[in-house]
Design a protein around this ligand. Structure first.
Ligand code: ADP
Length: 267
């Protein structure tokens, strides 16, 4: 059993990133997928995660949403996500604690998973009403604002089957934002889209980055997009961060051989 007393119960204001992975290890059986990962994401920072298939990119995001870890602690907004306090010590989080602690985290996936029997507007309203207990009136107002933001207010009464892939993904982004997340996770949100609609989704994400103080972690295969909008790019290899830095440094002047090989292969 890991000694959890080395981890703070909460992070102090003076050292409080929006997200902190501290010594995080994730295993599936004998397979170590994240290996003693340390990663801080500042409030309002846009971080892209790139790397070869199987390097652990999606797992990093999933640790904030779905799964338990085998080592280390994850903090969101200074509070432990994976653990909770009990008699002044950190212990594994209960299911109930996890559900609450994850409320500040929103996610969009490659496959948008909109509710097919609901309109775009109803999709956006569902979480705020059912999970946050918001009044229908307020949820509607907020959802309409967000559909406006993603350029789809004129489609609010359409069901997903009547929308293009790009439009569905924009509704999925609006739906995630309707929960007022502090951290937004974007997992290959353009990978399942036809090339001609990728641009409309990347434009929406660019707008979010410039207009809102949202913290974003994005897994992407689109190097040009990562370069354009990220504050920092992390290159993953074998469940570790092999190299990270400002996009211009990482893409133009990679220091590590694995980064160089990866970038020359995807160019
Ligand atoms: P990436 O997003 O970089 O392609 P992933 O984070 O999806 O990589 O996966 C990293 C490794 O973890 C892969 O070897 C994958 O097969 C393995 N993996 C992911 N999810 C599971 C799971 N639920 N059970 C077992 N192995 C998994």
């Amino acid at each position: 059993m890991e000694d959890l007393s080395q981890y703070p119960l909460e992070l102090p204001e003076s050292d409080k990133p929006m997200v902190r992975f501290q010594n995080v290890t994730k295993r599936y059986g004998a397979l170590t997928v994240l290996d003693d990962l340390n990663l801080d994401i500042a409030e309002g920072e846009m971080v892209s995660i790139i790397g070869p298939s199987g390097s652990g990119k999606t797992t990093v995001l999933r640790m904030l949403m779905l799964e338990r870890i085998q080592g280390g602690v994850i903090y969101v907004d200074g509070k432990p996500l994976t653990h909770m306090q009990q008699r002044g010590r950190l212990v594994q989080a209960s299911e109930k604690y996890l559900r609450q602690a994850r409320e500040p985290v929103g996610m969009c996936f490659q496959h948008f998973n909109l509710f097919p029997h609901m309109t775009a507007l109803q999709n956006c309203m569902e979480g705020p009403v059912q999970v946050l207990g918001m009044s229908k009136k307020n949820a509607r107002e907020r959802s309409e604002e967000l559909l406006e933001l993603v350029g789809l207010i004129d489609k609010k009464d359409q069901h997903p089957s009547r929308l293009s892939g790009g439009q569905q993904q924009r509704v999925a982004i609006a739906r995630a934002l309707a929960m007022r997340p502090k951290v937004l996770l974007l997992d290959e949100v353009t990978s399942a889209l036809d090339p001609e609609v990728i641009g409309e989704v990347t434009e929406v994400i660019k707008g979010l980055v410039s207009a809102h103080n949202l913290t974003i972690m994005m897994v992407t295969h689109q190097m040009g997009f990562a370069r354009e909008i990220s504050d920092r790019v992390c290159f993953f290899f074998g469940g570790k961060i092999e190299e990270q830095g400002a996009p211009a440094d990482l893409f133009d002047n990679p220091q590590r051989e694995r980064t160089q090989q990866f970038l020359s292969a995807v160019k």
